[in-house]
Design a protein around this ligand. Structure first.
Ligand code: AHM
Ligand code: MG
Length: 335
């Protein structure tokens, strides 16, 4: 029995009125992501049975080895987004540069740009552990009628009109916000329909889970080391539980439901952090704030950062409000 009978399609239509540019276009855009999510889900679920596991033999602009499923997911999301007359440009983790979409009549009249990590956590694919998709949506700022420019993509996270993720886990969920709270939909695989299963998702203000790759401990800034020691200390409600899947979407999803903090800091190995601002941190930060949590780079609000490049990296501290505040208090001791 489904928990709710409201489908994602019905929810999108019901909530269209909240959107200030309400013209049905954003709804149609989210519908295209819904469709692509189902196609990717189908493939991910068969991953051990078909020749889709393993490396593709290529690397992306960040020098990371691309997996076959990374490329498959990228292609599926690209064609789902391009096929509707809504998107004027797309940036993906798997493409060096952004893609310009001129529209059917080549008049460059489409209004939205999408930034996407088509398959996040790809090191988990081969071992049957959850992976995800993360997306971020903006209105273009350059005038209609011209091809999109880099500045359409380099907008602050606070300008996002919608953002979301799909987690391909024990069940597949699509979670998104248009700035009116966060709602989660679970896919019924037999029917191929997403149902509203997690209305109005909210971060508990406090939590007792911390998620960070502790293997890099000796390379972390002193503030992060001190915070980890704080989480491990035998005091009041501590030690906290340590949980790290290594798939940001899944780690985030668990922490939002149970209360926790996810940290990917700078380290002497990756001095700017690992995660990408535009298509990993900004969309997750938008959802975090909409769910009452906090997302920073250890010092500053993620959504206030002015991006300077498409594949920019940033340190990421994200989760339950009081936990992130506490972590920041340790960071501030070593400015
Ligand atoms: P990816 O986009 O190449 O998959 O990298 C992002 C992933 C996150 O999902 C995850 O939290 C992190 O990288 C794990 O990195 P590490 O193995 O360094 O802990
Ligand atoms: Mg990624």
């Amino acid at each position: 029995m489904d928990k709710s009978h409201k489908t994602l399609g019905e929810f999108i239509i019901d909530n269209q009125k909240h959107f200030k540019y309400s013209s049905g276009e954003l709804s149609s855009l989210i519908n295209s992501i819904r469709l692509a999510a189902k196609i990717v889900n189908h493939k991910v679920n068969k991953a051990g049975l078909i020749d889709i596991l393993g490396a593709s033999g290529d690397t992306n602009i960040q020098g990371e080895e691309q997996q076959k499923l990374d490329i498959y997911a990228h292609d599926v999301f690209m064609s789902a987004l391009i096929n509707r007359e809504i998107v004027c440009g797309i940036a993906s983790e798997e493409e060096d540069d952004f893609i310009t979409v001129k529209g059917k009549h080549h008049n460059n009249d489409n209004k939205y740009v999408v930034l996407i990590d088509p398959l996040d956590g790809s090191s988990n694919i081969d071992v049957n552990v959850s992976v995800g998709t993360v997306f971020s949506i903006y209105r273009r700022i350059t005038p209609l009628g011209m091809p999109v420019k880099i500045e359409d993509f380099l907008q602050k996270g606070s300008e996002q009109v919608a953002a979301g993720y799909i987690v391909y886990g024990t069940s597949t969920m699509l979670v998104y916000t248009t700035g009116y709270g966060v709602n989660g939909f679970t896919l019924n695989p037999a029917l191929g329909t997403f149902y509203l299963s997690h209305p109005n998702m909210e971060f508990p203000k406090d939590g007792n889970i911390f998620s960070i790759n502790e293997g890099n401990y000796s390379h972390f800034p002193q503030g992060v080391k001190d915070y980890i020691k704080y989480c491990q200390a035998e005091e009041n409600d501590r030690p906290y539980s340590f949980r790290y899947i290594g798939s940001m979407v899944s780690d985030f999803h668990r922490n939002m439901i149970k209360g926790g903090i996810y940290i990917y800091p700078t380290s002497s190995k990756s001095p700017k952090g690992k995660l990408r601002l535009l298509y990993e941190c900004n969309p997750i930060a938008f959802i975090t704030e909409q769910a009452g949590g906090k997302a920073t780079d250890g010092f500053n609000r993620i959504l206030d950062i002015q991006p300077t490049e498409l594949h920019q990296r940033v340190p990421f501290f994200c989760g339950s409000l009081n936990m992130v505040k506490k972590a920041e208090s340790f960071m501030k001791k070593y400015p």
